[in-house]
Design a protein around this ligand. Structure first.
Ligand code: PEP
Ligand code: MN
Length: 360
C-alpha cells in the first residue's frame, strides 16, 4: 500500500474517532436537555430549534459540503437524538424492566401470574348470560383445572360495537357471580368500562379487565391505579406496544403495581382472522417490561379452529397465560358466538395448548 494512502487512512480514522467522541458527548447532552425539559413540562421535541441549529450550521459552512449534504447529515443526527430521547423516557417508566429487580408476579386470589410460574388459563364466556350458563362452565372448569392456574373470565358489562347488541347483565350478573362464589372456589376477571364499576363490582370481581376499546381511557386507568385490585390491561387494536406500556404506566404510577398486560390482536388488512395476533409483542414486552403478559386467542383470531395452536404458540413465545372464550352452547351465545369454544372443543384445546394440565 502506498505510504500516502496509509497516511490518509490514518487521518480518516482519527477524524472518525473524534466524530464518534463528539457524537457520544452530544447524545449525553441531548438526554440531559430532554430531562430538564420534561421536568419543566416543556415539549421534548422542538422542530423550530432543529431548524435554528441547521441554519447556524449552514452559516458556518466552509463550502466543502453542499447545503443539501449538511442538511442530510444533521437530519440524521437529529433523528437519532429523537430515538435516544424516546428510549430514555421509556426506561424511566415504573413498568420498564430496568426499574425493578426481577419480574412482577401478580396475585389474583390464589392464582399467581408471571415470574416464570406455570402459565395460567383465563377461560369463560364472552358474556355472563345466566346462572345456569355459568354453573355448567364452573362445574367443568373447577373439576378439571388446577385452581391455582385458572381464572373465570366473564363479561358483566359488554362494550359492543352496536348499541343495539346485548350489553351484558350488569348488576344482575354481579349477583349471580356473588352467589356462585359460595358454591365454587374461583376468582373472576371482568371488564370495567367506567370508573363507577370500580365501586359497583368491588368485592365480587377479583381482577378488572380493561378492554381494547378503553386502553386509552386514561381517567379510568388512573382510577384503577388508585383502587388497587389487579388489572388486566388489553392492548388497543390500533395501539403500538409502546402505547400499551404507557397506558400500563398510568395504572402503575397511580399506585397499583398489580398489572398484567394482554395482547389481543391488532387491526391489519388480513380478513381471515378477526384481528392479527402480534405474537412478537410477547417476547418484546418480556424484554422491556417486568409485567406479566398473557395472550387472548379468542378475540385476536375470532376462530375456534386455530385457538389451540395459537395458544401453544403464545406459550412458546413466553406468555404467562392464555385467555379463551368458552360457552356451553356457543351457537346460542348472545355475543361472539363464532369464536366461543364448546366444552368438547375446550377439551381438545386443552390437550393442544396445555398438555398435562388436568387435575389428577
Ligand atoms: C373481552 O375480552 O370480552 C373483549 C371485549 O375483548 P377486547 O376488549 O380485547 O375486544
Ligand atoms: Mn368476546
Amino acid at each position: 500500500m502506498p505510504e500516502r494512502l496509509k497516511e490518509l487512512r490514518s487521518r480518516l480514522d482519527e477524524i472518525n474517532a473524534r466524530l464518534l467522541e463528539l457524537l457520544e458527548d452530544r447524545a449525553e447532552l441531548v438526554k440531559e436537555v430532554a430531562l430538564v425539559k420534561e421536568q419543566a413540562q416543556l415539549p421534548t421535541l422542538d422542530s423550530r430549534r432543529e431548524e435554528e441549529m441547521l441554519a447556524a450550521l449552514l452559516g458556518r459552512s466552509r463550502g466543502r459540503l453542499t447545503d443539501v449534504q449538511i442538511r442530510a447529515i444533521f437530519r440524521h443526527v437529529f433523528s437519532i437524538a429523537r430515538d435516544l430521547i424516546d428510549e430514555a423516557r421509556l426506561s424511566r417508566l415504573g413498568v420498564h424492566a430496568s426499574n425493578r429487580s426481577g419480574p412482577t408476579v401478580v396475585e389474583v386470589g390464589r392464582v399467581r401470574i408471571g415470574g416464570g410460574l406455570p402459565p395460567v388459563l383465563l377461560a369463560g364466556p364472552c358474556s355472563l348470560e345466566s346462572r345456569a350458563q355459568a354453573e355448567t362452565l364452573l362445574d367443568y372448569f373447577t373439576s378439571r383445572l388446577p385452581s391455582e392456574r385458572f381464572l373465570f373470565r366473564c363479561g358483566l358489562d359488554k362494550p359492543r360495537t352496536s348499541p343495539y347488541s346485548f350489553q351484558g347483565l350488569g348488576r344482575e350478573g354481579l349477583e349471580i357471580i356473588s352467589r356462585l362464589k359460595k358454591k365454587y372456589d374461583f376468582a373472576v376477571v371482568s371488564e370495567v368500562t367506567a370508573s363507577r364499576h370500580i365501586e359497583e363490582f368491588a368485592g365480587v370481581v377479583d381482577m378488572w379487565q380493561v378492554g381494547a376499546r378503553n386502553m386509552s381511557n386514561f381517567e379510568l386507568l388512573r382510577d384503577l391505579g388508585r383502587a388497587g385490585t389487579p388489572v388486566l390491561l388489553k392492548r388497543g387494536y390500533a395501539a403500538t406496544i409502546e402505547e400499551l406500556l404507557y397506558a400500563a404506566e398510568y395504572i402503575y404510577a397511580s399506585g397499583n403495581k398489580n398489572v398484567v398486560l394482554c395482547e389481543r390482536g391488532i387491526r391489519t388488512f388480513e380478513p381471515w382472522t378477526r384481528f392479527t395476533l402480534d405474537i412478537s409483542a410477547v417476547p418484546i414486552i418480556k424484554n422491556i417490561s417486568h409485567l406479566p403478559i398473557i395472550v387472548d386467542v379468542s378475540h385476536s383470531t375470532g376462530r375456534k379452529d386455530v385457538a389451540g395452536s395459537i395458544a401453544a404458540a403464545a406459550l412458546a413465545a413466553g406468555a404467562d397465560g392464555v385467555m379463551v372464550e368458552v360457552h356451553p352452547d356457543p351457537e346460542k351465545a348472545l355475543s361472539d358466538a363464532n369464536q366461543q369454544l364448546s366444552l368438547a372443543e375446550f377439551a381438545l384445546f386443552l390437550e393442544k395448548a396445555f398438555p398435562g394440565s388436568r387435575k389428577e
